[in-house]
Design a protein around this ligand. Structure first.
Ligand SMILES: [Zn+2]
Length: 384
């Protein structure tokens, strides 16, 4: 799963002799052909102050599904020999039933659940803006802080958060574009509901990426998309997410036919979008240009990818209850990450090898706060 974005630092640093330029596709994803870092058109990072943009989308719209959310778990109705207990249970059911009806009718009220109260219910999931706001501006002096002490790392994603998806049968090796779009869009709702308040609390702007599903290569702000891939394009005028309908073909059959393949990859691509909004991609771009060797550059990309897997795990912890994942579902999701890329450590690969990818997704799932995903503080062995 690639992230493609241009250099934020055009012409500001002397280039190392022989250093690959952004725009030269020479260190592509070996699994899926070449990545291209084109269009070095970022803003003006030489400005001294950081400028955290304001949200620029219009009036947020609640995006409840038709019919609204209904509690999946009913309150206990087991029989009891004590009439008073029965009365209490009946009364409880009645109260909850009325509240649920009111909630459904209101559409945007807090969701009542007999077992738990979901977090972030008052957060309005945004729609995608016509054109995305600029990325934050940072200077070279900010790079280490952004990568090692990002304000996002202090955040802890809330648990549990509502996600209205069911474990659908895998759409097959070539998903129906319309159905896939619908499902991925619902996944995006979940991702934004989980992440939105934390991004804002860290001082960043929440931006809903536009979603593109393609069954033949298409042009975007980063070049031409590839089949068998998903992509976040970080070009400043793009910032959107792209999915090939044949994405499952890159996985072993058992994983490809599992229920959460697209959702897991969507979480990863959305994590790249977060990295864009949190200036991590900009800072990474600076480190990449400063790197002395091609291997050092590649490890900058590996850290970016490992962090996206870790952020993905953190997202799934927030929604594992509403998705009713259980232990089996968790294993299914982690298997997606554990089957991506190389099976052995490969320094020249842009992505960590499978065992490390699973490790980072697990770490994000099992640990808090988001600082556990600070992959720039990790050893090379952890991200190789
Ligand atoms: Zn990626």
């Amino acid at each position: 799963m690639s992230v493609q974005h241009p250099s934020p630092w055009p012409g500001q640093r002397p280039q190392h002799p022989g250093q690959p330029q952004w725009g030269n596709p020479q260190w592509g994803n070996p699994q899926r052909g070449q990545q291209q870092f084109s269009q070095p058109q970022f803003g003006q990072p030489q400005r001294p102050q950081q400028q955290w943009g304001q949200p620029q989308w219009g009036p947020p719209q609640q995006q409840l599904q038709p019919g609204g959310w209904r509690p999946q778990q009913q309150p206990p109705q087991k029989k009891s020999v004590l009439p008073v207990v029965i009365v209490c249970v009946v009364a409880l059911v009645a109260v909850l039933g009325v509240t649920a009806l009111l909630s459904d009718r209101g559409g945007d009220g807090p969701v009542v659940n007999p077992q738990r109260t979901y977090k972030n219910e008052d957060y309005k999931v945004p729609t995608a803006p016509d054109s995305p706001p600029p990325f934050p501006r940072i200077t070279y002096g900010d790079v280490e802080d952004v990568l090692l002490r990002n304000k996002l790392y202090d955040q802890e994603l809330p648990v549990p958060v509502r996600c209205e998806l069911t474990a659908a049968p895998a759409p097959g090796l070539a998903a129906d574009p319309e159905a896939l779009m619908q499902r991925l869009d619902a996944t995006l709702d979940c991702l934004l509901r989980v992440w939105g308040p934390s991004i804002e609390a860290a001082g960043y702007t929440v931006v809903r990426p536009k979603l593109f599903v393609y069954d033949s290569p298409m042009q975007n702000g980063c070049g031409k998309t590839e089949m068998g891939n998903a992509q976040y394009c970080g070009a400043k005028d793009d910032q959107n997410i792209y999915f090939a309908t044949d994405l499952p073909t890159i996985f072993p059959e058992q994983v490809a036919t599992g229920p959460w393949v697209f959702e897991a990859v969507m979480a990863h691509e959305f994590a790249h979008a977060l990295q864009g909004r949190a200036a991590i991609l900009l800072a990474r771009g600076a480190k990449y240009e400063q790197a002395e060797t091609k291997t050092a550059q590649t490890f900058q990309v590996k850290r970016t990818e490992a962090q996206a897997d870790c952020f993905s795990g953190a997202f799934f912890r927030s929604v594992e209850q509403s998705l009713n994942l259980g232990a089996e579902g968790k294993t299914t999701v982690l298997n997606v990450f554990g089957n991506l890329g190389r099976s052995t450590p490969t320094p020249e690969s842009t992505h960590p090898y499978q065992q490390n990818r699973r490790m980072w997704a697990t770490r994000g799932w099992d640990s808090t706060p988001l600082g556990v995903c600070g992959t720039w503080a990790a050893t090379d062995d952890e991200v190789i």
